[in-house]
Structures are given as C-alpha cells and as structure tokens.
Ligand binder design. Structure first.
Ligand code: 13P
Ligand code: ZN
Length: 270
C-alpha cells in the first residue's frame, strides 16, 4: 500500500487525466484541489514525510484551519499526473489559523499551483455555503468557454442565459447560474478575492480570456459540471458559426424545466 493506492488519490489522478483527454490542460494549464475528509487524513497520515517550511496564503481562512488538501503542482502538466503522481501532485496542511500552508507529501522541490490562493479562498466560501459538503475545486482551460468570453458581454446574466439555452439540462445542473470574472492577472490574491465573491452564489465562475473554475462535493460532480458548461459553450459556438440563433429555449421553457425537475432558477437570470 502506498499513497497512490488510496481511493481518493486514485480518483484525483483519474480526474486530472480526464481533463487532459478533454483538451483542457495544454502545457501546465489548469489545476485541481481536493479537501481531505478526516477518514482520508487517517488513511494518508502514515505516508506523510517530514513537513516542509510554512508559506503564507496571503489571507486568513479560519474555517480551513488544520485542513489537508491535495493540489497539483505549480508548472506541472496534468497529462503527467497519472504517470508520476508523487512528482506532480502534493498534499498540503494548513496551520491552526488557516493563514499558512506546508507540503507534507509529494511535490519534491516544488510547490502547489500558483492558483492555490484562489483554490483555498474558494474552498473556504464553498465549505461555508454548502455546510461543509464541498470538497473539490477545479480550474481548466475549457476552449469554448474561453472563446465565448471574446464575444459575449462579460456579465453573469449573459453567460448564464447563453449556457442555459444551449443545452436543455443546464438549468437543472446549475440553476443558480454562473459567475463571470473580468480579465485579471492570474495567480494572485486579487483574482482569488474576485472569484471567491462569485462562489458565494455560484458553483462555477468563468475567468474572461482564461478558463473556468468549478466546485463540487466530489470529483464526479465537479468534473461533470465543467463538462456540462463546456459542452453547452461548444454548442453555442457552433450555433454562432452556423449564422447565429434562429430559435431557442424560451424563458417559459426554462421555467417548465425548473418546475418538472424541482429546481429553483435564479430569478435574476430570467
Ligand atoms: P499552475 O501551473 O501554477 O497551476 O498554473 C496553471 C494555470 O492554469 C494558471 O491559471
Ligand atoms: Zn489557468
């Protein structure tokens, strides 16, 4: 038995590879983090090495104090994760105030993703608003989502409506809609703050000219959300390239879906 034989690590590695196969992770693009359950920590603890030095997050996240996260490494290629997990992903522990992190396993000579502040701030928000059920935050360079940020107004409403109307089951999967973050320099606390504000309301946020951030209670749900959003964006891009919308799902149709599937649509999007 080794760290890489634990189920949560295997599922994490599979998701990195799934994203690679979708074409969302050119070079070192994209990153994935998972907040360990107490059971996960128990199973993993005997594989932890000597903890490394502490690093400041840049913000205080007290509701994540002493939590553990798997994270892809900064500059690591998601296509390589399955080939050598220990070199490309790591496990980090947060301190007793939720202000610093340190690596306890993996990523020899390296550090977690440059988007770690955004991931951690998103984890903090999603943990709070989901009553602790959210565990996964995933960032990918989903091609069609990025393309749409060059042509649609960069508002939550415009993107939500375009996505809801381009695939019938979208309103069921993300009835609250999606958030849109304007173009910002990646990798810092500013974009982390802007994204985590969106995550108060939404399970997903789009980064203009960059990619997609999604959250979820488990790997399947988070990956499925990214996949659903990207598929819908793909349909919309094809519609635009075929000459544009001639008919679509109306607001009354959206309300009918919501009624039959038992979800409440964000009224601001209608
Ligand atoms: P990292 O290699 O640091 O994870 O950066 C990739 C990325 O997509 C930045 O937004
Ligand atoms: Zn990115």
């Amino acid at each position: 038995m080794a760290m890489v034989d634990l189920d949560f690590v295997k599922t994490y590695v599979r998701m990195c590879n799934d994203g690679w196969l979708q074409g969302w992770h050119e070079r070192n693009g994209g990153n994935l983090t998972y907040r360990l359950s107490e059971k996960n920590v128990e199973a993993a603890r005997s594989f932890f090495g000597e903890p490394r030095e502490w690093h400041e997050i840049g913000v205080a996240l007290p509701n994540l104090a002493r939590e553990y996260f798997v994270a892809t490494g900064s500059g690591k290629y998601l296509r390589n994760v399955a080939l050598d997990p220990e070199a490309n992903i790591g496990i980090c522990e947060l301190d007793e105030k939720g202000e610093r992190w340190r690596v306890v396993w993996g990523l020899p000579g390296s550090v977690p993703t440059s988007e770690f502040p955004t991931h951690l701030m998103n984890h903090s928000v999603r943990k709070r608003v989901t009553g602790g059920t959210n565990r996964v935050i995933y960032h990918c360079h989903a091609t069609n989502v990025i393309a749409l940020t060059y042509v649609l107004p960069l508002t939550d409403r415009d993107f939500t409506r375009a996505l809801w109307q381009s695939a019938t089951e979208c309103p069921v999967v993300f009835p609250e809609g999606v958030g849109v973050v304007p173009w910002m320099v990646p990798g810092g606390v500013d974009i982390a703050r802007a994204t985590s504000k969106k995550m108060e309301t939404y399970q997903a946020a789009i980064w203009a000219m960059h990619g997609l951030f999604v959250s979820g209670p488990d790997f399947d749900t988070a990956f499925g959300l990214a996949h659903t959003i990207e598929k819908s964006a793909d349909v919309y891009v094809r519609v635009l390239s075929c000459g544009g919308v001639r008919q679509t799902i109306t607001d009354d149709d959206l309300r009918a879906i919501a009624r039959d599937f038992g979800v409440t649509l964000n009224p601001a999007m209608l």
